[in-house]
Design a protein around this ligand. Structure first.
Ligand code: UDP
Length: 240
């Protein structure tokens, strides 16, 4: 059952359930894709019809940010827990490594996906990294061909929002993959190029503040968060 937050329907799942469903999707031929919207993405979807269409067509919609959890709670339809995309993929890798499944890493600046591949291979022996490509290409054709040549079980699409959601939606029928996940800056984190917030900050729901401290230029993007909460309060007052 889904939980609707400002027009985006989230799957009401725990991390464990999300991983179980993700693994089941690896066993079907259909190229499923997973999206992990935060409040910024939800606000983008209100103004960008293609982004909304892409999110609506996903096989699983996971609540990445603490803002979504608060928003859902304020609307009186709580979600079980935060399911951060970067952690979701790490849990998948753990399972996939047991049976020698493969992943292709697409996105981030040149060199980052290769570094992430190296780190992930060390961390998850058994996981096959079938290929990598940076996220600054202008022509989809050669990239699609490269991915199809590698035919991975899982494709991480880390092109930033809403580009990655649209890319998965528009290319899903051209790809020989079983599952895709749009994971923003996760390759930077796996490669160690960008640090994740310490766990204590994450537990307090302050990961966004940590990122802002590290990258003050994100302030413009983050202004979508108060706007998001404002819209949620509006819906709540209207009793929707
Ligand atoms: N990126 C990319 N191609 C682009 C634009 C962005 O590969 O055309 C990458 C960028 O290098 C970064 C990721 O997409 O690795 C987006 O990171 P950001 O921190 O903005 O993502 P978020 O997790 O906030 O969506």
């Amino acid at each position: 059952m889904g939980v609707e937050v400002l027009g985006v329907e989230f799957d009401s799942v725990t991390m464990d359930e999300a991983v179980r469903r993700g693994m089941a999707m690896l066993d079907t031929e259909k190229p499923d894709y997973v999206v992990t919207p935060n409040p910024e993405v939800v606000m983008t979807c209100r103004e960008d019809a293609l982004a909304l269409e892409a999110v609506k067509n996903a096989s699983m919609v996971l609540p990445d940010g603490i803002g979504i959890i608060y928003g859902a709670k304020l609307l009186g339809r709580p979600l079980p827990e935060r399911v951060p995309g970067a952690d979701f993929a790490l849990r998948l890798f753990d399972e996939m490594a047991k049976t020698g499944r493969s992943v292709f890493l697409l996105g981030a600046k040149p060199g980052v996906a290769e570094l992430a591949a190296q780190k992930l291979s060390e961390r998850f022996p058994g996981l096959v990294v079938a290929g990598t490509n940076d996220g600054y290409f202008t022509d989809d054709g050669p990239v699609l061909a490269k991915i199809n040549e590698a035919a991975p079980d899982l494709l991480l699409v880390c092109l930033g929002v809403p580009k990655q959601e649209k890319w998965m939606y528009e290319n899903r029928d051209k790809l020989r993959v079983r599952l895709m996940a749009g994971l923003g800056g996760s390759l930077d984190v796996y490669a160690g190029v960008v640090e994740r917030a310490p766990e204590s900050w994450q537990r307090l729901g302050l990961e966004w503040l940590y990122r802002l401290k590290k990258e003050p230029k994100r302030i413009g993007r983050m202004m979508k968060l108060p706007k998001f909460l404002f819209c949620v309060m509006g819906e709540r007052l209207r009793g929707r």
